[in-house]
Design a binder for this molecule. Structure first.
Ligand code: NAD
Ligand SMILES: O=C(O)C(=O)C[C@@H](O)[C@H](O)[C@H](O)COP(=O)(O)O
Ligand code: ZN
Length: 353
């Protein structure tokens, strides 16, 4: 088992290993009497097992799959269960599933009684390396992605790789978009591993996979420890997300987050190049790595105006000034403020298929 400590004002551990779920949850639950297990349909067998395996009263909440879970109606369903079961401030919530569930469970915990503990058990690659770590929780609204939420530290993160065995290959690969992001913004070794041994790096049984996972968690842990509430460097974790979130909204949340972020990173890299910051070879490197992971990198030109409108709702926007995470080089992220609309459109045109 590997353990990575997240040194925030309320420090916690991220455990990654096989067969570790029950023991690690027990360790963290302490004096909790009740636990709400929020899970995706794919995790119903494991959720059932937790009912017998844990020494607390377990309430199960199966929620709709993927982004359909990140809605106010589903949060309300969770509040209702906690209200009926009289959850107190010593009780806890567990997010068991991909990033959509860890975001929702975290949000329910952050808002119930103004904040009870959340334990996160991510079961997708994306959830393990990114969503379950760092305490950003939230849901979507009609107007956009993650527009409502709270910062709320998890009490622990337990990534049991036995649960990841059932993750379909295409879901595993979309999770790699956030690993590539961690590589480009902070850790060139991740990119080298993907370039040098893609097959091994994406095979959950290998040391290469273990290394890209733990390096990505370490990037996230370092950044959120320095800037939990996103007053500065945490914005760099949003590389590729300004356009990515707009695409997710445009696709009515039927796309996977990682797929949209992949296109968003190519856009951000092209914007960095056009702004005179990033050498062309680093932009090419984006396309080579994301292409090798079978991630999308193109989008229809005709959608520009609606995407631009959507990007204005991004949380990095200040007043009417759009702000983008760009790169000066690998591991040298910067914020580009208020770029000219012509420049943005040129970057977008390079995504045409
Ligand atoms: N809070 C954060 O910091 C943060 C960071 C990155 C992403 N996110 C959010 O995370 C979400 C994306 O996460 P995701 O890609 O995990 O999507 P997801 O939660 O929708 O999971 C993707 C699919 O994989 C299935 N799945 C998950 N684990 C499985 C398993 N072990 N076996 C079989 N099927 C399994 C799910 O049921 C779903 O169908 C987005 O909503 C995104 O906004 C949040
Ligand atoms: O943890 C962060 O900070 C991130 O930006 C990580 C992103 O990968 C993640 O998708 C996050 O949910 C985006 O947050 P948002 O603030 O842009 O909604
Ligand atoms: Zn993301």
């Amino acid at each position: 088992m590997t353990t990575i400590r997240v040194e925030t004002e309320a420090p916690y551990d991220v455990h990654v290993g096989r067969g570790i779920l029950v023991e690690r949850l027990r360790e963290t639950l302490g004096d909790a009497q009740r636990l709400l297990v929020v899970h995706q349909p794919a995790m119903s067998r494991i959720a059932d097992h937790l009912k017998d395996a844990l020494d607390v009263e377990v309430f199960l909440a199966e929620v709709p799959d993927a982004e359909a879970a990140k809605r106010i109606e589903v949060a309300q369903f969770l509040w209702q269960i906690m209200g009926q079961a009289e959850f107190t401030r010593t009780d806890a919530v567990l997010g068991l599933g991909g990033g959509a569930v860890t975001d929702l469970a975290g949000f329910a915990a952050a808002t119930w009684l103004r904040g009870i503990r959340v334990l996160q058990a991510p079961t997708s690659v994306l959830g393990i390396v990114d969503a379950a770590v760092g305490g950003k929780t939230g849901i979507n609204t009609e107007q956009g992605k993650n527009l409502v939420g709270a910062f709320h530290h998890p009490a622990t993160v337990v990534a049991d790789l036995e649960l990841v065995d059932s993750l379909p290959r295409n879901e595993l690969l979309t999770g790699f978009a956030e690993i590539v992001k961690a590589g480009f913004i902070a850790d060139a070794r991740i990119l080298e591993l993907l370039e040098g041994s893609l097959e091994a790096s994406t095979d959950p049984t290998t040391p290469e996979f273990a290394e890209v996972i733990s390096r990505s968690i370490e990037v996230k842990a370092r950044v959120v420890a320095n800037d939990f509430r996103e007053a500065g460097e945490r914005e760099f974790l949003n590389y590729g997300h300004t356009l990515g979130h707009a695409i997710e909204h445009n696709e009515r949340y039927r796309w996977r987050h990682g797929a949209a972020v992949s296109i968003g990173m190519v856009f951000a890299a092209e914007l960095s190049r056009l702004a005179g910051r990033l050498p062309e070879r680093v932009v090419d490197r984006h396309r080579e790595i994301l292409g090798s992971l079978e991630l999308p990198m193109t989008y229809p030109v005709g959608r520009w105006q609606s995407l631009l409108g959507q990007m204005r709702k991004d949380k990095k926007t200040r007043g009417s000034m759009l702000r983008f995470v760009v790169l000066d080089d690998v591991a040298k992220p910067r914020i580009l403020e208020g770029p000219d609309e012509g420049l943005l459109f040129m970057a977008y045109q390079s995504l045409a298929d």
